[in-house]
Design a protein around this ligand. Structure first.
Ligand SMILES: [Ca+2]
Length: 496
């Protein structure tokens, strides 16, 4: 069926964990004593494109396990992340809020090293934890670096310091603070400790997967939320030797097939432990692909607000509750996951702030949701609002280089707005602005509303979390952006 290394049965350690806890709960007749709702496995790939999975049309990358999630559940065709790069996308995923609203509009690192997810933000992990869930972040964090962090040893990233996952509702953190070194090396941490100073990307997905499985099986009395945040298929592109040469798509394909292997391991453990029927598995990606991946029919890629930069796969499986083989073209996005998860776990949404996402559970259960056809979505790159979508219509807004972030890989100059009909023209090729001035005017008004509330490159919005000192000196920010970051990082971006 597939060419990846076989998923072995439960290891001896996992078997002992499983039987120990099965014995512990024997006689109680039920498991969730303090919480209702299913376990949540949220698998987040890095820089994986819309067209990189078999179930989204790839003919060169084999992803039988991810295809199985789609076949046994729901596959969304109009889902997008909240940014074309890592950190803002992750912040929005975990908070259900636009990156500017939750204070992380830029990718953490370089000139943005002081940026991170503030403790005042409320994550999905905090919300379900209050409901009795066990919670884990396994994999790449990339939502803040403490001021006393040692970049060589990775010491100084502790539960007491700012930006640590423990301060955002995660009982367990096992993984990487941010991206690896260009040579693929990275220290590996468990909570406060560096457990392997010499970990490497080529094998780290196996470590993440093993630790995730141990977490899932560690306590059968309480449901869990597992946020498994892969660092694949982000650069540098280096295969695990076990997968090297497997994919006709080359090293990048080998890396995606490793992500698929990991998902298969999770599915097998759910089956073998009897947890499959009470577990919602979600798989998605943080942004579109670099030059090696596929955006399917969409224009652009990582770094761009064309659809290819933000339209990514999203599949979910919850046996019995979600009808197998469902395909949904509803206009959804990563901010919808938090209200969906709180809804099905019985957790409460925060009452003191705006959550931008919508509860998708009626869609998952085969019912409709009012107002989805003319939903509005804002495409930001950093603090530059670049496009507005309303239903089928997407308007790209005028811009000039001074407004742009270093990772921009789309249009650097645009004097007049461009209007695309995504339903008829998903590849964003036919500008219809002159044919529909009334739609252009309506979406320009939407853009003005978004800038007033969520801010823009030249002003802070009325509901935008202040971004420490970074916003104080825009001239130096732009200078560093062009001189340092663009040269260092731009090589990993696709060119428009
Ligand atoms: Ca990414």
């Amino acid at each position: 069926m597939q060419s990846s290394p076989d998923n072995v049965a439960l290891t001896r350690r996992e078997f002992i964990l499983l039987t120990t806890f099965a014995a512990a709960i024997h006689g109680t007749g039920c498991r969730n004593t303090n919480a209702k709702g299913p376990n949540i496995v949220l698998i987040f790939a890095d820089d994986l494109g819309y067209g990189d999975l078999g179930c989204y049309g790839s003919e060169t990358i084999r992803t039988p396990y991810l295809d199985r999630i789609a076949a046994e559940g729901i596959r969304f065709t109009d889902y997008r992340s909240l940014c074309s790069v890592c950190s803002p996308s992750r912040a929005a995923l975990l908070t259900g809020r636009y990156p500017s609203r939750c204070g992380v509009p830029f990718a953490v690192g370089g000139v943005y090293s002081d940026l991170g997810l503030q403790e005042s933000e409320v994550t999905v992990a905090e919300l379900v934890r209050a409901q009795g869930y066990r919670t884990a972040c396994v994999g790449k964090w990339h939502l803040g670096i403490p001021r006393d962090f040692d970049f060589k040893t990775h010491e100084g990233f502790t539960a007491r310091s700012e930006f640590h996952p423990a301060r955002q509702g995660f009982d367990l953190f096992y993984g990487m603070v941010g991206n690896s070194s260009p040579d693929g090396s990275t220290p590996l941490l468990e909570n406060d400790e560096v457990v392997d100073p010499d970990a490497h990307l080529t094998t780290i997905t196996e470590h993440f997967t093993q630790r995730a499985v141990e977490f899932m099986l560690a306590d059968r009395r309480h449901p869990f939320l597992l946020y498994l945040s892969h660092t694949r298929a982000h650069a540098p592109w280096m295969p695990n030797p076990r997968f090297a040469g497997h994919s006709p798509a080359g090293v990048y394909g080998d890396m995606v097939e490793e992500i698929d292997w990991s998902a298969g391991r999770i599915l097998d453990v759910l089956d073998e432990s009897g947890l499959a029927a009470e577990t919602l598995v979600i798989f998605t990606s943080d942004n579109g692909p670099g030059p090696n991946g596929s955006t399917g029919p969409f224009r652009g890629g990582k770094g761009s607000t064309f659809e290819g930069g933000m339209r990514v796969p999203c599949i979910m499986r919850w046996p019995v509750r979600i009808e197998a083989g469902t395909v949904s073209g509803a206009m959804v996005n990563a901010m919808d996951l938090l209200p969906t998860i709180t809804s099905i776990t019985g957790a409460a949404l925060p009452a003191d702030r705006k959550v931008d996402g919508r509860d998708l559970s009626p869609l998952l259960f085969g019912e409709g949701i009012q107002g989805m056809d003319n939903r509005v979505f804002y495409y930001y790159n950093g603090v530059n609002l670049q496009a507005v979508r309303e239903g089928r219509w997407k308007l790209h807004l005028p811009r000039s280089p001074q407004m742009l972030v270093w990772w921009e890989s789309g249009l650097r100059e645009l004097e007049q707005p461009l209007l695309y009909d995504l339903q008829a023209d998903p590849g964003e090729t036919q500008d219809l602005a002159s044919a529909h001035p009334e739609i252009v005017a309506r979406l320009m008004a939407e853009a003005a509303r978004a800038r007033a509330e969520l801010g823009s490159w030249d002003k802070t919005g009325t509901d935008q979390l202040p971004i420490v000192h970074l916003m104080d000196d825009r001239r130096s920010l732009r200078h560093l952006r062009s001189q340092q970051d663009h040269q260092a990082m731009g090589r990993n971006l696709p060119k428009e």
